[in-house]
Design a protein around this ligand. Sequence first.
Ligand code: MG
Length: 368
Amino acid sequence: MKIDRISAYALDLPLTDGVYAWSGGHSIASYDTTIVRVDTSEGTTGWGEVCPLGPFYLPAYAAGARAGIRELAPHLIGANPLELARLNVTMDRALKGHLYVKSPIDIACWDILGKVAGLPVCEILGGRFGTDFPVYWSVSQDTPNAMVDTMTRIRESGIRAWQLKVGGPDETTDIFRIRRAAEAYPDDLIIADGNTGWLPRQARKVAKAIKGLPVVLEQPCASYENCREIRRMSPLPFVLDECIDDIGPLIRAVSESALDILNIKIGKVGGLTKARQMRDLCVSAGISLTIEDMPGGDLTGATILHLAHSTPQTHLFSVTSSYLKTNRHFAEGGPQVTDGRAAANTAAGLGVTPDMKMLGLPLFEITA
Ligand code: MG
C-alpha cells in the first residue's frame, strides 16, 4: 500500500459560547481548523485534523500547519502509510521540528491502519480499558462568579470535572476564582490551569493561598524550571503541560519528580505515534495522564477518545471535551458525550467520516 494523494481542507468552527479566554488576556471566538485527507493506492482513505488554539498559545498556527503540510506532502507520496515509525522518520528527515504539522498526517495514517486491520484505533493503541470515562470542561476565564455560573450550567449535562482558566494577569482574582469554584463544588475535580501565565512570584502567592483546597495545579509558569520550583513548594497534585513538548523533556521531568500528571496534547507532540510513546512512558513511570489536543473538532475529538480509551483507567486522570465547544459538526461518527462520559468509536479506524459538502474544495492536493 502506498500514499498516492494528500489533500488539506480549512474549516472555521465558531464557538457556541462566543469567546473562550485564558491566561494573559488571550481569547478566540472560533477554531480555525485544518483537515488532512490521505488517499492510498488500495483505495483506503484516512483523515486527521490539526487546530492550534489561535497563533498565540503554542508555537503553532493554522496557516503554519497548512504551509507545513504542503511542504511535507511531496516527501510522503509513495510511502507506506501502515509503517507508522518509518513514516515519522521520513517526516522528521524532510522537515525539522514543526511537530504539529506532522500530527494530522500521522493521525490519518493511523486511521488507514485501523481500517485495513478492521479494528478501532484504540484497540491498536493498546486496547479498550473499561466501557467509558468522564470528560472535563474548560471554564473560560471570567469573573469568579461567572466561572461558577458556567460550572452550574454545564453540570446539567452531567460533567463533574473542570479546568479553570486562571494564570493572571491578576493573581489575586485567580485565587478568588479557584476558591469560589472549590467552595461551590468541593466534590468535583477542579484543575487550576495557569497556562504559563504567572510569574514565579505570582505562582508562589497562588500556591500558598490554595494549598488546603481540593484542587489540582497545572502549568503555573512558562519555564520548566519555574514550574518545578512551584511543584516543590506545593502539596497539591501537579500537572505539566505546555513545557513538555517531546520525549526528552518528559524524561527529565519524570527523573526530577516534577509532575504527578502529564497533559498530552496530541498535535503538540506530533500525532498519535509520539503521543502513545509518551503515554506509555508515563504509565510505566506511575505518572497519570490528561488527554487533550490543541484543540479541534470532530476528528480531533475522536482521536482524543481513542488515545484516552486505550490508556489504563488507573492512570487516566482527565479527558478534554473541547470538541463540544463548537456546534458545527463536519463529520459522521464524531465524539459523543453522555451524562459527562465518553467512549472511543467502535468502527474501524477513527470511525469518523467527514461530510465532503461541508469541507468544500481542498486548499491543495499533492499527488505523484
Ligand atoms: Mg493545560
